[in-house]
Design a binder for this molecule. Structure first.
Ligand code: NAD
Length: 240
């Protein structure tokens, strides 16, 4: 089989850049599609995912076989309409362009927020439903974008998968450390959430990036013989 040709959408961003670096390190053919250029070590295509024709022309030019779509406006914007424009309509245009260009694989960076409804989630897996009342516009748009990606699996020759990181930290972060610094700068350091035993899942960025490479590599292997609905309850198996 011909070697994979990757297009990292949002490849100038925090996570996208780590994905690009890992693909380059293993000698893969990789290009970046983003609205801003921050690096110069791969072919770069300036464009907006909400413009399907822009995505399609790049896919055709690059001969892309695998899209890793990490693009999103950052959490915390005042205008919610941008989230729906980019994360929902933009993601749908990536799907349509991928199908039209004959791309084989689409890996989508979703978010743990896709299933967050404002209350604790413990030991969850893929069976947790989307909340009836979304927590906020960002999380709702991530859930809708994810749902579109998953519904496109095996449609028009495309294989799709979505990953749901929670918080991501590490070199190049422009959100988490900035938020912590702002809290520190405002002197808001004496507060407690809940009974001080709350847990939050944060993952090192290189591990999240590696998960995307693994998802891409494994996407054409057959799924487990049992559908997810028939997997044992979590009480019946051990993760140790
Ligand atoms: P980031 O802002 O650093 O990177 C996103 C990139 O997407 C940027 O380079 C931006 O220019 C690009 N982009 C935005 N709109 C675009 C558009 N219309 N067309 C093309 N490119 C566009 O964000 P990040 O922290 O690297 O997040 C990457 C992905 O991971 C996002 O989908 C986000 O929802 C998800 N995620 C992030 C976190 C986190 O803690 N950072 C947690 C969970 C999920």
């Amino acid at each position: 089989m011909a070697p994979e040709s990757y297009l990292v959408v949002g490849g100038s961003g925090f996570l996208g850049r780590h994905i690009v670096k890992q693909l380059l390190a293993r000698g893969d053919n990789v290009s970046v599609f983003d609205i801003v250029q921050r690096y110069h070590d791969t072919p770069f295509y300036s464009g907006d995912i909400s413009e399907k024709d822009q995505v399609l022309s790049v896919l055709k030019r690059c001969g892309t076989t695998c899209i890793i779509h990490t693009a999103s406006p950052q959490h915390g914007l005042k205008d919610p309409s941008l989230y729906f424009k980019i994360n929902v309509d933009g993601t749908k245009s990536v799907i349509a362009a991928a199908q039209e260009a004959g791309v084989r694989k689409l890996i989508y960076t979703s978010s743990a927020g896709a299933v967050f409804a404002g209350t604790d989630i413990v030991d969850a897996d893929e069976r947790v439903p989307y909340p009836e009342k979304p927590f906020d516009a960002y999380n709702e748009s991530k859930a809708n974008g994810e749902a579109a990606v998953l519904a496109a699996n095996r449609q028009g020759g495309l294989l799709t998968v979505a990953l749901r990181p929670a918080g991501i930290y590490g070199p190049g972060d422009r959100q988490m450390m900035q938020g912590m610094y702002d809290v520190f700068r405002k002197g808001q350091t004496h507060f407690q959430i809940g009974d001080n035993n709350n847990l939050f899942d944060i993952t090192y960025v290189e591990n999240v990036a590696y998960a995307h490479l693994l998802a891409a590599d494994k996407l054409d292997t057959p799924p487990p013989s049992k559908p997810l609905s028939q997997w044992p309850d979590k009480d019946e198996y051990s993760l140790e």
